[in-house]
Design a protein around this ligand. Structure first.
Ligand SMILES: *[C@@H]1O[C@H](CO)[C@@H](O)[C@H](O)[C@H]1NC(C)=O
Ligand SMILES: *[C@@H]1O[C@H](CO)[C@@H](O)[C@H](O)[C@H]1NC(C)=O
Length: 361
């Protein structure tokens, strides 16, 4: 019965044909068509490589991966995912599972589901051209309740990515270029994410985009198309932009949004005064973009169930991998200061957390 209801919700919300099941119950947006893998594989070792490791798990297509171990996997080299993979981080014993030190890549792959997984690249990675998560030219990918911190090139690099959802996730504290996420091609759905302390790209989206019920804190520039020559449509609904100590121009909540873009913007708020209280005002004027009077995508209104104020409460309470570890707790504590704490970092160690700033997991 639940399955039937989800199919109906999918149909109503996205105008998609009533096809297969969602990636998982409650999956939303363009990446929700991902089916992942089905062959059980259990990760039993936190080692970088070898039998029963995460690297071993993702080395073959079709796997539905669960975890019998918890803690950080310290990567010695990037990990390239196969197509047709599901990573069920929510199955790890408390306090959960994560990787640190190198990039996770779905580059060029198809049909990937990643849930409840922590990806912390940081400056242990000597390659400044890599990101915490890379899905360049990938298709049908959904990340849900993931925590992506300390990205060096980007937090999420998704140039050429098709049919993507990033939902209920934390994308925070990028170092290096200090960019949140860069997506081109699309379509893409960014839903109920918490974006914290980045210089720009929260996201940079050269794609038809749904951007719904996100919270962006302590940005220098937030939602951008970087004045692209590309013609794209954007549904920007019920988001809350909140200035912090690093915010030099709160009006860069929408950045380089040129007249090639068509935007439906509704219910968005900006709290620019850094006074420790959530007391923003409506912010629905999006640069030079052409104003749409209705969403470009028929599913967007159905997804936008929260006001910006409700989105703040919900996202701050539940975005990211669960349970929250030291890094996510640090990130959320800056958000809860509502303007008084937070910094854009060049080194994860500046957080003051143990383990060279990666925290213990
Ligand atoms: C994959 O594993 C998860 C966690 O055990 C389970 O809930 C899900 O039903 C599995 N999916 C498939 C397609 O086997
Ligand atoms: C993207 O999703 C659409 C709609 O579900 C589908 O028709 C298309 O084949 C998908 N693209 C790829 C590359 O799988």
């Amino acid at each position: 019965m639940a399955r039937i209801q989800y199919c109906l919700v999918s149909f109503l919300a996205f105008g998609l044909p009533l096809v297969s099941a969602l990636a998982f119950p409650g999956a939303v947006g363009f990446g929700s068509i991902a089916t992942g893998g089905s062959t059980p594989f259990v990760v039993t070792s936190l080692a970088d490589s070898g039998t029963g490791t995460f690297r071993d798990a993702v080395s073959a297509s079709g796997r539905n991966i669960t975890f019998a171990v918890s803690g950080y996997i310290v990567l010695q080299s990037p990990v390239s995912l196969s197509s047709g993979i599901t990573i069920n981080g929510q199955t790890a014993p408390s306090p959960g599972i994560g990787v640190m030190g190198r990039e996770i890549s779905a580059s060029g792959k198809n049909n990937i589901i990643i849930r409840n997984f922590r990806m912390r690249q940081g400056n242990l990675d000597p390659d400044t051209g890599k990101s915490a998560f890379n899905m360049g030219t990938a298709s049908n990918v959904i990340l849900d309740h993931c925590s992506v911190e300390y990205g060096v090139f980007d937090g999420v690099d998704a140039v050429g990515a098709v049919n993507v959802t990033v939902s209920n996730s934390i994308i925070a504290l990028p170092i290096g270029q200090q960019f949140g996420a860069h997506l081109e091609t699309g379509p893409a759905t960014w839903y109920r994410n918490l974006w914290v302390s980045a210089h720009n790209r929260q996201p940079l989206t050269k794609a038809n985009t749904q951007y719904i019920n996100n919270v962006v804190y302590n940005y220098q520039a937030a939602y951008t198309v970087a004045d692209t020559g590309g013609l794209f449509s954007h549904d920007i609904i019920g988001n809350y932009f909140i200035a912090g100590p690093s915010t030099t121009s709160a009006g860069d909540d929408y950045f380089q949004m040129n007249a090639n873009q068509k935007v439906f913007a509704s219910g968005n708020f900006l709290d620019s005064n850094k006074d420790g209280v959530l007391n923003g005002a409506a912010a629905n004027t999006v640069g030079s973009a052409v104003v749409l009077t209705a969403p470009w995508n028929s599913g967007s209104t159905g997804l936008a169930t929260l006001t910006a104020q409700q989105a703040f409460t919900s996202v701050v309470a539940s975005a990211g991998a669960s349970p929250r570890d030291q890094v996510d707790a640090f990130v959320v504590s800056t958000v809860n200061s509502l303007g008084t704490t937070g910094a854009i970092l060049t080194n994860q160690a500046s957080t003051g957390l143990s383990n060279n700033g990666y925290g213990t997991l």
